[in-house]
Write a protein that binds this ligand. Structure first.
Ligand code: TRP
Length: 348
């Protein structure tokens, strides 16, 4: 583990330094091999965000039909005073899981600095590039902000932090990131978060809400085809990085919604019978005409689902913050741990 102290109290901690031998490219190749070998083919959505994918995702967030990003920004802006008052006056860590470009954190950091509160901003991400970018940008925008950036798995980073600081933690898990987990994965994720935090720590979690079906379908099937390009970029990334021979014209994007589970589901569907070689993994994969590859779930929630999820994973809901249309919610929870160190044994 290395700690690098730089000017104006920025600390970069890299708890994963010794695990770097299994490269991101190897991991990608392995997951492509496993996912495309299954009878229900799938590719993990986390690989959508290479440089090209991140650029396309930014364009998605700028489209009128893709409402979640703007809704959450509005939610944070109109409720910023309530968030600042939740924090209290003691020194704390503002821990952000997956900060992206830091656009949302800025909405909170500015008033927190103005209120003269003492805190470290702790962005955690496995991708070094994101962390480097955010540290550089925030160092310039906020010279007085103390940043302790962690290049790490979320929970390894969080455990490291709570092991060396007794401060109260305010965790941010924004966007509709939680929606990209299945319901079972979301419970495991939140229970892991719970066990890595101290009693009375706070988390603020973004959830996209169940809403008009036409609106959902449009958000994930925009008429300009940017979402389709974003999804197809996964095949292009396989071509670029691991020697795939996908012809993107022979696949189409398809986004559909399961009203019961609340799952917005994205697929790439083969338009014809075809066999595609991937040189980097030494295998070919056959696709039947109209056979799908699943690429992403984006679950939408009811407020009652969110409250149940909080209870089941050991949290107490403090407040739900909404945008002006009630399309999105940032839900504020606190960690509940009683005398029993294992908490509620029925969770998960
Ligand atoms: N994860 C984001 C979401 O659930 C990104 C996203 C938007 C997405 N549109 C998509 C992912 C289409 C896959 C396919 O909203």
């Amino acid at each position: 583990m290395t700690e690098t102290h730089t000017a104006n109290s920025i600390t970069i901690v890299d708890p994963n330094e010794f695990e770097a031998s299994f490269s991101e490219r190897d991991r990608f190749a392995l997951e492509v091999l496993v996912g495309l070998s299954e009878s229900r083919k799938r590719l993990p959505s986390r690989f959508m965000y290479d440089d090209e994918g991140s650029r396309l995702f930014t364009r998605i967030t700028e489209m009128d039909v893709y409402y979640p990003t703007e809704c959450e920004i509005e939610t944070l802006r109109r409720n910023v005073d309530r968030i600042v008052s939740t924090v209290g006056s003691e020194p704390f860590n503002l821990v952000e899981f997956g900060p992206g470009n830091g656009r949302k954190a800025r909405i909170l950091i500015e008033p927190l600095l103005e209120a003269g509160l003492e805190f470290d901003y702790v962005p955690i991400d496995i991708a070094r590039e994101y962390i480097d970018e955010i540290v550089t940008a925030f160092r310039e925008s906020y010279p007085t902000l103390s940043i302790k950036a962690l290049v790490s798995d979320y929970f390894a980073g969080l455990k490291w932090l709570t092991g060396q600081s007794n401060r109260k933690n305010i965790g941010l898990f924004l966007g509709s990131n939680i929606g990209n987990f299945s319901h079972a994965e979301a419970r495991i994720f939140l229970r892991n978060m719970w066990s890595s935090l101290n009693p009375d720590d706070t988390v603020i979690i973004g959830f996209d809400l169940k809403k008009d079906i036409e609106m959902l379908l449009l958000a994930y099937n925009d008429p300009g085809g940017i979402t389709a390009e974003f999804n197809l970029n996964l095949l292009r990334r396989i071509n670029r990085e691991i020697g795939g021979h996908f012809d993107c014209a022979k696949f189409r994007h398809f986004g559909t919604y399961d009203v019961f589970s609340g799952g917005m589901e994205s697929y790439l569907v083969s338009k014809e019978d075809q066999t595609v070689a991937i040189d980097g993994i030494g295998r070919s994969f056959s696709f039947k005409a109209w056979e799908p590859i699943h690429t992403e779930y984006s679950y939408k929630y009811l407020i009652s689902d969110i409250e149940q999820l909080a209870r089941d994973t050991g949290f107490v809901v403090k407040e739900h913050l909404f945008d002006s249309n009630d399309w999105f919610v940032d839900s504020i929870w606190t960690v509940h741990k009683d005398g029993n160190a294992d908490g509620d044994a029925s969770a998960c």
